[in-house]
Design a protein. Sequence first.
Length: 62
Amino acid sequence: MEVEKCPCDAVIELQKIVAEHEHQLNDGRVQFAVINTKLNIVLGVITTVGVALCGVIIKMIF
């Protein structure tokens, strides 16, 4: 971003605002990635328990 070449103070201020919003959006993306990772872990645990229970139920039936 070449701020020195811009003659207008309003454009410089808008560039600062956009940079701040981009930073906030990146923080949101990181938070969603963390939530997604945790949900994948929970899903893996639930799947493991479900598979184990299916094995026990099948063993009880036959």
